[in-house]
Design a protein around this ligand. Structure first.
Ligand code: ZN
Length: 268
């Protein structure tokens, strides 16, 4: 395996009540948490996993999440810090289609796009309690049309250039880069395990566990379609991290994120 590098693209932050982050556990009170995307530079290509939130969308639809995002925290801005542009990314994978993971997809009409088999249909016809989660449909002309949200599409977005290839179960995206099917938070949710030549693997829980405390207490966020599956996914990730001696990284953990390397610094 040639040297794989992982960059974290800082995407700004949002606010939620802690009772949402730690479902039925809390304690309550507002917490501000980070949002980031993962760029994997690999011998087989550049892979972007997730694309953060779109500031304008959040201000319009979920202003109570109080988005903070500088220009350098947009997807084009974060890539620029690495000397890259969206066209340098060949493949975009969405762990799931909640708005804080798809906001920058619109910048990648040229890229191959991958998601779980069931996620597009879920975004197109979400359960009532998932409507705000799946509120940014700009990633897919098909999903936007199904929800009557064609106005969200960036000019030039078509069925053809926003089409996804679908996958199911665990998938090796590139050698040593594993998408792990971890449903619960969303119907087709993926976590990510990246292996390296010279350091221990990193296991990105993504939203199967927002924070370290979430995983340690098996306490998922209140946003989910199947909380029982969510607990099973968390147990699986904890077991896998131990077996593989992997470094765990969490999706929305302000305390841990303060120590994560972002910008041009990388893991590898
Ligand atoms: Zn999220």
């Amino acid at each position: 395996m040639t040297d794989t590098k992982v960059y974290l693209l800082d995407g700004g932050s949002l606010v939620l009540d802690s009772y949402h982050v730690f479902w039925n556990r809390g304690p309550g009170g507002e917490i501000r948490f980070p949002v980031y995307s993962i760029l994997v530079e690999h011998a087989e290509g550049r892979f972007l996993i997730d694309s953060g939130f779109d500031h304008d969308h959040v201000m319009k639809v979920l202003p109570f999440e109080k988005p903070q995002q500088t220009r350098e925290q947009t997807i084009p801005g974060a890539l620029k810090l690495l000397g890259l542009e969206p066209r340098d990314v060949g493949t975009v994978v969405n762990s799931h289609f909640h708005f804080d993971h798809v906001g920058g997809n619109k910048y990648f009409p040229h890229a191959k796009k991958l998601c779980h088999r069931d996620e597009i249909a879920q975004a197109a016809t979400p359960e009532p309690f998932e409507v705000l989660g799946y509120s940014d449909l700009s990633f897919s002309a098909e999903a936007a049309a199904a929800r009557g949200k064609g106005d969200q599409l960036l000019a030039g977005t078509t069925d053809a250039n926003s089409r996804f290839e679908t996958i199911e179960g665990d998938v090796e995206l590139a050698r040593g880069v594993h998408l792990l099917f971890t449903p619960g938070h969303a119907i087709g949710h993926y976590s990510l395990l990246v292996e390296f030549q010279t350091r221990r693997p990193i296991l990105f829980t993504i939203d199967a566990a927002y924070t370290q405390k979430s995983l340690e207490t098996l306490c998922q966020a209140s946003f989910h379609i199947d909380p029982v599956a969510g607990v099973a996914s968390m147990r699986r990730l904890a077991r896998l991290a131990e077996e593989r001696e992997a470094e765990l990284m969490f999706s929305h953990d302000a305390q841990n994120f303060a120590h994560y390397q972002t910008g041009p610094k990388f893991y590898g």
